[in-house]
Ligand binder design. Sequence first.
Ligand code: TLP
Length: 354
Amino acid sequence: MSEPKRPIDLRSDTVTKPTQAMLRAMTEAELGDDVYQEDPTVNLLEARAAALLGKEAALFVPTGTMGNTIALKLNTEHGQEVLCETRSHVFNYELAMMAWFCGCLARPVTAPSGILTWDLLKPHLKPLGPHAAPTGMISLENTHNMAGGTVTPVEVTDDICRRAHHLGLRVHIDGARIFNAATCLHLPAARLAAHADTVMFCLSKGLCAPAGSLVAGSRKDMDRARLYRKRLGGGMRQAGILAAAGLLALEEMPKRLTTDHAHARLLAEGLARIGGVAIDPTSVQTNIVIFDLSALGLTGSECSERLREQGVLANAVGEYAVRMVTHHGVSAAECERALAATASVLSRYSKASR
Ligand code: TLP
C-alpha cells in the first residue's frame, strides 16, 4: 500500500517546523536563568536582533502577540487612542490586549492594500478634548498580513515616523514578517524600522523557529519592556533552548524567503486562471495569497472544508476569502498540486453558478 500523502499545509507560515540544525543547536545551547538575565544564548539573540533591527536593545518574548502588547504599552498611556489599520493584527487578532493591558482604544483607519499613509492617518489624529480621547501612537504592520502580505515602502514609513514624532506621537511596527518585507524591498530590516520607536518581529513564522519573537527599541524602553513581560507571565527561565533556534533562524532563514515569495506568486498566477477567483497576482509581493470567491457564491469556510478533503489546508479569512501562505514546508510541486486541487474543487461551483 502506498503511503497517504501528507496534507499540503498553506494555513500559515506559523506551521513551519524547526530545521535539523535548529534541533541540534537547541540540545547544545548554553543555558542560564533568563529572569536573572543569565542565559547567554538569550543574551546573544537579543544583541543580534537589536543589531539587525538597528536598535539599542531587544527583548525575547514567547509570542508576537506579547511583543505587540508590550510595545503598545511602552508607547501609550491609559485612555489614549491607537491608530492602526482596519485589518491589522493588533486590532483583530490579539483579544483586545490594547484595551485589556494598555487601557487604550483602537482607532481603525482603512488603507488600500493595508498601507497606511500620513494623509490617511491625519484626519483621525486627535488632541485631548472635553469629549475625545487623545491619539497616543500609531501602529503599522509590515508586511500586512490580512491585506495579502503587502509591503509598506520605506519612504512611507519614514514620513509617518517623522510627522508623528513632530507631534510627540510614537510609532510601532508590527513586523511579524519584517524579513519578508526586507527581502521584497532588497533592504536591510534595520532600514525599514530606522525611525520607528519600537518594532516587533517573529522568529516562528517564515524563519521556522519553534517559538519566539523579539521587541526592539531604546535601551530604556527595553528595560521597562522586561518588567511588562514578567507581568504578562513571559519571564521564561532556560529560554536559551528556544533562543538557540532563533539565532539560526536569523542567520540562515531570511535568505530563503525569496523562494516562498516565488511560490506565492506561482499560486496567485494559477489561482487567477481559475474561473470565478478574484485575485490580482501582481499585488502578491511576499508569501501571503488572499483570494475572493464571491463570484462563485462560495464561502471561505466551505472552500476550506472542500480543500481539506483534497489534502490542502487553507484558512478562510473573510466571508468569501481564503488565505494561502507559503513557507519552508511547501515546495513548488506542492503548490502546483494545491492549485490543481483548488481548480477541481471550484469547477463544481462554477458549473453550479452558471
Ligand atoms: N498571525 C497568525 C494569526 O494570528 C492570524 C497567522 O497565521 O498569520 N502580527 C502579525 C502581523 C501576525 O500575522 C501574527 C500572527 C502576530 C502578530 C502574532 O504572532 P503570535 O502568533 O506569535 O502571537
